[in-house]
Design a binder for this molecule. Structure first.
Ligand code: ADP
Length: 320
């Protein structure tokens, strides 16, 4: 998994795209066993550790009724700069306003002296990255199932003027029924005026759209999420991202040159290849819309499973 590229203050020129930051931090102390809000109305028992990202550590907690939740914890010591605070408030503002069956449900937000806490719907099956590690690659029916749910969530975000900007397998979580839940709104942007363009260089190297890196003068908009959906589809059916190489600079060169191939040793259907190629158009205006994507024969002519069995976590399901 690549290191997330967090927003950079200054706009970089096309010749010098962002590089992943160095991970120099030391582990902060664990949050209390019993986490409560200042009013004492909310109380959660910390029962396990789920994972950590660039800014937060995420724990499994139980509320007073015994319901399991995820709790994202950001230490206040990491929020000393104004920029870090603004970013966290933006994430909270955007995430808590979204309500969709395929978006991680945002429950509550509160703080104590040491941390800011966000309680979220628990996704017991982790992220699709975790599952891909075990499965190596997915069948095309599974890719259809995951993608339709992602596209539903994305359509909802875009109609609510939200660009996610960090769609990747590691931010697609799975609930107990193998349904997709889009999470981590840490890089999301709200488009407040029609036609507004965003200029911050951000994303995760393998999934960044070319205009984010190389058209900084013009900026970017909703089409960056469509690009990431193309990268996600490729990664699901091939087993690795299309522009992947060891060196981040080389990944950016490949993205700039639209240089990727389909492996000859894996049977990727012609429909899947054609759809991926149409989505990964360098020119954002040439990319299909979300509705165009679900209308493509890859979706309309192939097997579409009604659900994914939990056994799929380890063994490819047979949907015939
Ligand atoms: P960051 O914003 O710091 O990148 P993330 O939101 O990506 O943090 O969360 C970090 C890790 O915590 C994830 O990779 C995942 O393993 C775990 N995680 C996050 N949210 C949930 C959730 N709702 N349910 C289960 N695990 C989660």
């Amino acid at each position: 998994q690549t290191t997330p590229q967090k927003p950079q203050k200054k706009q970089k020129q096309p010749g010098s795209p962002p590089l992943p930051r160095q991970n120099t931090k030391t582990a902060p102390p664990s949050p209390p066993r019993v986490i409560s809000d200042p009013t004492g109305h909310l109380q959660f028992h910390r029962v396990g550790f789920l994972g950590e990202g660039g800014f937060a550590r995420v724990y499994e907690v139980k509320d007073t009724r015994g319901a399991r939740l995820a709790c994202k914890v950001v230490t206040k010591s990491s929020l000393v700069t104004k920029k870090a605070k603004t970013k966290l408030y933006a994430e909270i503002k955007i995430h808590r306003a979204l309500e969709h069956p395929n978006i991680v449900d945002f429950r509550d937000c509160f703080e104590d002296d040491d941390n800011v806490y966000m309680t979220l719907e628990l996704c017991v099956n982790g992220s699709i990255t975790d599952m891909l590690r075990r499965r190596r690659l997915f069948t095309e029916p599974e890719a259809r199932f995951f993608l339709v749910q992602l596209i539903g969530a994305c359509q909802y975000m875009h109609t609510h003027q939200v660009i996610h900007r960090d769609l990747k397998l590691g931010n697609l979580f799975l609930d107990g029924h193998m349904n997709v839940k889009v999470g981590d709104f840490g890089l999301a942007a709200l488009i407040e005026n029609p036609g507004e363009r965003k200029k911050t260089i951000c994303g995760t190297p393998n999934y960044i759209a070319p205009e984010v890196l190389f058209d900084t003068a013009n900026g970017h908009s909703f089409e960056v999420d469509i690009w990431s959906i193309g990268v996600i589809l490729y990664t699901l059916v091939v087993g690795r991202p299309p522009f992947q190489t060891k060196d981040v600079k080389a990944i950016y060169e490949r993205i700039r040159d639209n240089q990727y191939e389909f492996p000859a040793d894996r049977p990727i259907s012609a429909y899947a290849q054609e759809l991926i190629q149409s989505i990964l158009a360098s020119n954002p205006q040439m990319r299909p819309s979300l509705l165009d994507i679900v209308d493509h024969p890859f979706f309309t002519r192939g097997i579409f499973p009604p659900y994914i069995p939990s056994s799929a976590y380890d063994i490819p399901p047979n949907f015939r």
